[in-house]
Ligand binder design. Structure first.
Ligand SMILES: Nc1nc2c(ncn2[C@@H]2O[C@H](COP(=O)(O)OP(=O)(O)OP(=O)(O)O)[C@@H](O)[C@H]2O)c(=O)[nH]1
Ligand SMILES: [Mg+2]
Length: 732
């Protein structure tokens, strides 16, 4: 192997896309992603002496180390030699906790392949399924690593044969998942197969792994693996790790079976970009052409204490170089790129130029947010936005401890929202409070802590409360919305959006950006009739606005303002000002003043808004509450305590299975009842339960609770106490 400096080797490989692998490590919480990533880095010799001895290179944040979980994705890279050639592996270690699932979603946009890690004892868990689904959706190819095989042998005391049976079952299960999620890909060779070499087994903790190709290479057999472990002798395990080193097995598998950017980009661009397939930029992207226009997608933004804001993402076409200027989608200005860097080991390394196919980190993109498309091609169709399956369901109000910090707090909140798109920051106009909504209690706790620790603003936060959704159960209309000057009138009908359509929107499969014909066809398949599918003018969260009118003069030029009114209502419905979901608004007629002066924003927005508000109240406006699935593993002796905790929280037990003396409880409960669950389940089961949660969508509130909850929300938001009536919005 050439003994050039690592920097030069990385730089040389960066320009050869066929020698690059961009991969993500994904799994359920605690299944060993970070241990694996750290050991891959160490094994590849990417860690300088000064870093050696530090336990976690990828979980470098104090809070991650304290809690023992990954919070932020970490980018690292390494050089690995396979069959006499050097390859560059750019790896993203992702978090497993559901509250930080947004990081996984974003990481999948940057990579072409994924190593799905599964704890051999726990097996596939809810989050395993979620991350696999996300990978397939982004056209990211999976390989499988079954980790913690040492536990299978030493804790569960299975014999050699049973070990093989269990591993086989796990593989079958993963394949069933892949097949169920994307049969076409499954058939095209994305199933994982031990004999072929797309599955490896091992122990990230003890640094060994094995795969069929490695067995052939080394002559080590299954039985020997079992015997090495069974001896329960650290020396023996070390011997195994020397014979079958984890990094060699894993990296060989990655290089051999996961695609290079050149192989991957055609499929991936098809999945994440809906522009013209005849265009030059499309061709440049599928060929990862370094000499074409720039197409860079930002997937992560972090604050670096020295360099400032760093935007990391995937470069699909062109090259990034210091000092170049590029457009940021959604803004009209150009930004000047300052530093450009790649990752070397766990560190960012500044370089002059990065060609297509790499994961790059740049500074200077002042206008970029996570999800931005950065390009030199004016007017380029941006990449599809990154949709995360869960939605913010928990919120806290944030206040600066010292009045003088208020301006700084506003800045800091803007910054944290930019770094984490799963966080929603809003200012409650009525109360003047800043509200921070996120994925769960832990998510908000971590952010609050960071605001104090990293950004230096002392804050107080209220206890977390649930974010509900407003929706309608009936239909209404046509309802008239009138402008203050009475010269503009909009007639809307309102009804619940078809479930199939809602699912498509949620899955990010239809958007206003895709070609109209394609969108119309998908909508009709999902149950929308042709006129409606044709008339869609806006999709906002999971609500749609449809223009059913024909030939009304000036309507087109007024549409933007009409939709502004629609957005205002969808952000906060008339009943409780909670965000709306599943609402379909149809504009069936409109009267507009001839003169543009009399149909400005101050006229059109309230007219559009009030018509929708009144119609929603007439259409049985109601609240939905978020639910979570709760999975609990508990010894049989403590099972009673665990089930009681669920049932006492309006929860239901969906399924119970037992494995050895452990019971696995699958249940579902409203988020509002799950606050404090961590502490309570611990005491109810003498700390012997292991549990995890998963977002499980929204459901109607029990009728007997609705009144109380609505008035509680209204009071908190400073809205008048009496429930609003449709006439409140009509009588003017
Ligand atoms: N016995 C055993 N323990 C392991 C193995 N791999 C990881 N662990 C342990 O499992 C725990 C979780 O490991 P991590 O690497 O932090 O898991 P993770 O998947 O990165 O966790 P999150 O990022 O929080 O989802 C740690 O205590 C590890 O020491 C293994 O192969 N065998
Ligand atoms: Mg981790």
């Amino acid at each position: 192997m050439a003994k050039d400096k690592m920097v030069d080797r990385v730089a040389a490989l960066m320009g050869k896309p066929e020698m690059i692998r961009n991969i993500g490590i994904v799994a359920h919480i605690d299944h060993g992603k970070t241990t694996l990533s750290d050991n891959l880095l160490a094994g590849a010799g990417m860690l300088s002496k000064e870093l050696a001895g530090n336990a976690c290179w990828t979980d470098s944040d104090e809070e991650e180390q304290e809690r023992g979980i990954t919070i932020d994705s970490a980018n690292v890279s390494m050089v690995h030699e396979y069959e006499g050639k050097e390859y560059l592996i750019n790896l993203i270690d992702t978090p497993g906790h559901v509250d930080f699932g947004g990081d996984v979603t974003r990481a999948m946009r940057a990579v072409d392949g994924a190593v799905v890690v599964i704890d051999a004892v726990e097996g596939t868990m809810p989050q395993t399924e979620t991350v696999l689904r996300q990978a397939l959706k982004e056209h990211v190819k999976p390989v499988l690593f079954i980790n913690k095989v040492d536990r299978l042998i030493n804790e569960l005391q299975v014999d050699g044969q049973e070990m093989q049976i269990r591993l086989g079952k796990l593989i079958d299960h993963v394949n069933k998942l892949i097949k169920g999620m994307n049969e076409e890909r499954y058939k095209a060779g994305w199933r994982v197969d031990a004999a072929e070499g797309t599955v490896a087994f091992g122990s990230a903790l003890y640094n060994w792994a094995i795969s069929v190709p490695m067995m052939q290479k080394t002559g080590v057999s299954f039985q020997q693996i079992y015997d090495y472990n069974k001896a329960d002798d650290p020396e023996k395990i070390k011997e195994l790790a020397d014979k079958c080193p984890l990094h060699e097995v894993l990296n060989d598998m990655v290089i051999r079976f996961l695609p290079s950017p050149l192989q991957a980009q055609e499929g991936r661009i098809g999945a994440i970009w809906h522009g013209d397939k005849e265009s030059q930029i499309y061709k440049s992207m599928i060929n990862a052409d370094p000499n074409a226009d720039l197409a860079f997608m930002v997937t992560d933004i972090t604050m670096d204490p020295h360099a400032g804001e760093v935007a990391t993402g995937r470069l699909f076409s062109g090259s990034l170089s210091r000092g170049m200027e590029a457009f940021v989608s959604g803004t009209s200005r150009k930004n000047r790129i300052q530093q450009v860097g790649v990752f070397m080991g766990p560190k960012r390394l500044e370089v002059e130029n990065i060609p297509a196919g790499n994961i790059a980190a740049v500074t200077g993109l002042r206008d970029a947010i996570v999800g931005s498309t950065v390009t030199t091609l004016e007017g380029m169709e941006p990449f599809e936005s990154i949709t995360h399956a869960s939605e913010p369901v928990v919120t806290v109000a944030v206040e600066a401890k010292h009045m003088k910090d208020l301006p700084k707090l506003v800045d800091v909140l803007r910054q944290v929202a930019k770094e984490d798109p799963t966080l929603k920051i809003t200012l409650d106009e009525e109360t003047g409070e800043h509200l921070m909504a996120g994925m769960g209690e832990l998510h908000l706790e971590v952010i609050a802590h960071r605001i104090e620790r990293d950004k230096g603003v002392e804050i107080t936060t209220t206890p977390p409360i649930v974010v509900y959704r407003e929706t309608i159960r009936g239909s209404a209309g046509p309802v008239e919305g009138k402008s203050p000057n009475r010269h503009n009138r909009f007639y809307v009908e309102i009804e619940p959006l078809e479930e199939g359509v809602r699912d498509l929107i949620k899955a990010g499969e239809i958007s206003m950006r895709m070609p109209e014909v394609e969108r119309r066809e998908k909508l009709m398949e999902a149950g929308l009739d042709k006129d409606q599918a044709k008339g869609i003018v806006d999709i906002f969260e999971s609500n749609v606005y449809i223009d059913m009118t024909k030939g009304i003069q000036h309507l087109n030029e007024t549409m933007e303002l009409i939709l502004e009114g629609f957005h205002e209502v969808m952000k906060g419905g008339p009943l409780s000002k909670e965000p709306c979901m599943g609402v379909k608004v149809k504009l069936v007629d409109a009267k507009l003043h001839e003169d543009a002066v009399h149909r400005g924003p101050a006229q059109v927005i309230p007219a559009s808004r009030q018509g929708i508000q009144a119609a929603m109240l007439m259409a049985d406006d109601t609240l939905l509450e978020p639910y979570q699935k709760v999975f609990i593993q508990v010894p049989q002796d403590n099972m009673g305590g665990a089930t009681k905790e669920i049932q006492g929280r309006r929860g239901i037990i969906i399924n119970m299975t037992s494995e050895g003396d452990m019971t696995i409880i699958e249940s579902r409960a409203p988020v509002s009842e799950l606050f404090g669950f961590a502490g309570d389940i611990r005491s109810a089961t003498e700390g012997r339960a292991m549990w995890s949660t998963e977002f499980a969508g929204f459901d109607t509130l029990p009728a007997n609770l609705t009144g109380e909850i609505v008035s509680g929300i209204r009071e908190r938001k400073g809205l008048k106490k009496e429930l609003p009536q449709a006439s409140d919005y009509l009588s003017m």
